[in-house]
Design a protein around this ligand. Sequence first.
Ligand SMILES: NC(=O)c1ccc[n+]([C@@H]2O[C@H](COP(=O)([O-])OP(=O)(O)OC[C@H]3O[C@@H](n4cnc5c(N)ncnc54)[C@H](OP(=O)(O)O)[C@@H]3O)[C@@H](O)[C@H]2O)c1
Length: 305
Amino acid sequence: MILSKDFLKKRILIVGSNGMLGQRLTEYYLRNEKVELLASSAEDESFIKEVEYRKIDITNKDEVKKLINDFYPDVIINAAAYTNVDGCETNKELAWNINVNGVANLAHYAWTCDAHIVHISSDYVFDGENGPYSETDRVHPISYYGRTKLASENTLKGSGVFATIIRTNVLYGPAKYGRPDFVKWVVNSLRENKTIRIVTDQINNPTYIDDLVSAISKIVEYKKEGLYHIGGKEFLSRFDFTIRIADFFELNKDLIVPIKTAELNQDAPRPLKSGLLTLKAEAELGYSPRELEETFLLMQKELNL
Ligand SMILES: NC(=O)c1ccc[n+]([C@@H]2O[C@H](COP(=O)([O-])OP(=O)(O)OC[C@H]3O[C@@H](n4cnc5c(N)ncnc54)[C@H](OP(=O)(O)O)[C@@H]3O)[C@@H](O)[C@H]2O)c1
């Protein structure tokens, strides 16, 4: 058992700590002296070296049991998921195992130690016919990924555990490890003089990861239960988002080619008119997302972009 040196500290377990969101959460809580932190993810080692880390496969019930019973967390933040939207269409069993059964495993053992689970879901629970969406809007996923995320929400709701579900959309930000986020990909591609084809018919409010991290920290601090939508300040098409990135980083906009989603022939259909209304989070958490250009500036500084 990993014993706490200070029983007054909040014990937080981050699951999926090597992912794009997970690594920013890990960096955030590492700086908080009132938190005893354990990071866990699928890889052998943590990308962030300073943190106490355990390898975990959330689909393995025995591993989840051992991890949770050893650490006995007050809070479990689940940022682990099978996030490859097209991959979910062709690997349905794997997607369900990770995104639904994995969450059920976490919920089961969270219940045994009375921990608060904070779980990340997606705007893909909606069909994208008439977004942006509030927490009370009707769900209707059109992709298998969306179905697994909705099922993960229902699993938590039915588990009896103290749980918060956060739906977010199009994450971007200064994650340093793993695959590049959308902004970094656009910047790198345009700097390398590559043409990029970007859809004009997918509308979202892209979410700066650190805005999401701050919302999560408030949910943990205020012990908020239930459902929250967390998104960015502006609703715009992916094409317009890309133009704003190119403008800020002074890149060649002629390389950005507008296309329609249908032209991509992807395995999974995408919700087109989507985006998440954040009024509830603004009122209850004081959530206040940054301006797009401010987030680009922060990324530029932190990643030397
Ligand atoms: N990115 C977005 O735009 C977006 C939008 C809406 C909602 N979300 C949700 O936000 C959350 C975080 O997304 P993200 O973009 O940070 O995802 P990500 O970068 O793909 O990170 C997910 C992490 O979970 C790990 N993982 C996968 N299977 C696991 C397993 N069986 N056991 C333990 N860990 C496992 C992954 O490891 P491997 O890399 O080794 O597989 C990875 O480190 C997810 O719930 C996602 O559905 C994301």
